[in-house]
Design a protein around this ligand. Structure first.
Ligand code: PLP
Length: 381
């Protein structure tokens, strides 16, 4: 057969056995995960319609409702990373021409605008400097001016380390007949999130931050109001893969095939959520808060200030201002090279100005704070 490509040296795989360095992940995610989660990931496959898998799906849904503090029926893990679940919230709720108002105070607000525009939204923005948050008055004024179908906010801005206060916003959205969409990628499991109490209609998260599960599966939820908007659509959801009408046939009572669920990622997520439930949300939030405080104090002792005002800091991600005359990249490279510690550089407006230090889920530990501070002190010498 002339068309057959001959296997020669270039096709032979000479890769050695996989070997990865033992990193301590203190950046913006992923975080390290508990050995129990890795063990769950390594469990044997079963079919995605196996009765045991269906039971496991129900268990994951219940655990997700707990971590999100919601009773939403449509609460599922989307197959994909946080961006897939982010896109799912917009793909299902936006119809061409809908006004979508987005709070932009960092990189991920920009991503929301970009995604919404791809689904035909008339995107409006309220903006704040990176590291600041929106006041209730600012949001009320913007709702009054734009009358959006959806208001999108980032709860924990991973690019800035700021956490948006949520009290009162959902109520305002109801008054203005807007759906409230919230990004909880860096807050879920690491800071208080009360979806139902806050009247959030659409939310998503990632598995690899404070949930401490590898990346590849992403919590997603929709309130009754959001499901009603989906049912009223005049146009088809433009993404087949993320269409909740279709996905719900697998996650709801019908249990019919849509796409093959990433079986082992679901095992891992279930275990990570079980660990959260064992610890208890309140204790977990308190652990994140206390370790973040230890980090702030230690940074101050090293002469390093935080970028965000104390009351708006996200406990899972701290933006530490790079002192004058210090090469931020040289320091983070030193930490990786000498200590196997990963921290991250600033993004966008904050590039070169901050380090982003994550204390997320499994990694939010007193010993990690101590280790990082001592390594940082050496790197700064
Ligand atoms: N939203 C926020 C706030 C994030 O921090 C991230 C990832 O860092 C995302 C969305 C996108 O998630 P992913 O990178 O898992 O697709």
């Amino acid at each position: 057969m002339e068309h057959r490509i001959k296997v020669d040296e270039t096709h032979l795989i000479h890769a050695s056995q996989l070997d990865v360095p033992p990193r301590l992940l203190l950046g913006p995610g992923p975080s390290n995960v508990d050995a129990r989660v890795l063990q769950a990931l390594a469990m044997p496959e079963i079919g995605h319609l196996d009765p045991r898998f269906i039971e496991l799906m129900n268990e994951i849904q219940e655990l997700l409702r707990y971590v999100w503090q919601t009773d939403n029926t449509m609460t599922i893990p989307m197959s994909g990373t946080g961006s897939a679940a982010m896109e799912a919230t917009l793909a299902n709720s936006v119809e061409p021409g809908d006004i979508v108002l987005v709070g932009v105070n960092g990189y991920f607000g920009e991503r929301l605008c970009d995604m919404a525009s791809r689904y035909g939204a008339d995107v409006r923005r309220i903006e704040k400097a990176w590291g600041e948050v929106f006041s209730l008055e600012e949001i009320a004024d913007a709702l009054k001016m734009h009358r959006p179908a959806i208001l999108g906010l980032i709860h924990g801005e991973t690019s800035t380390g700021a956490m948006q206060p949520m009290e009162g916003i959902g109520k305002l959205c109801r008054e203005f007949n807007a759906l409230l969409l919230l990004d909880t990628v860096t807050s879920l499991g690491g800071a208080p999130v009360f979806l139902d109490h806050w009247h959030v209609d659409l939310a998503y998260s990632g598995s690899q931050k404070c949930i401490s599960c590898p990346p590849g599966i992403a919590p997603f939820t929709m309130s009754k109001r959001a499901v009603e908007k989906l049912k009223r659509r005049k146009t088809k959801v433009a993404s087949w893969y993320l269409d909740v009408n279709l996905v719900a046939k697998y996650w709801g009572s019908e249990r019919t095939y849509h796409h093959t669920a990433p079986i082992n990622m679901n095992y891992a997520l279930r275990e990570a959520l079980r660990i959260i439930a064992e610890e208890g949300l309140e204790d977990r939030w308190e652990r994140h808060r206390a370790n973040a405080e230890r980090l702030y104090e230690g940074l101050q002792e090293l002469g390093i200030e935080c970028h965000v005002a104390k009351e708006y800091r996200l406990p899972s991600l701290t933006t530490a201002l790079v002192p004058d005359g210090i090469d931020s990249k040289a320091v983070s490279s030193y930490l990786l090279r000498k200590f196997n510690i990963e921290i991250a550089a600033g993004l966008g407006q904050l590039a070169g100005k901050v380090w982003r230090i994550g204390l997320m889920g499994f990694n939010s530990r007193r010993e990690n704070v101590k280790l990082l501070l001592s390594a940082l002190s050496e790197a700064l010498e």
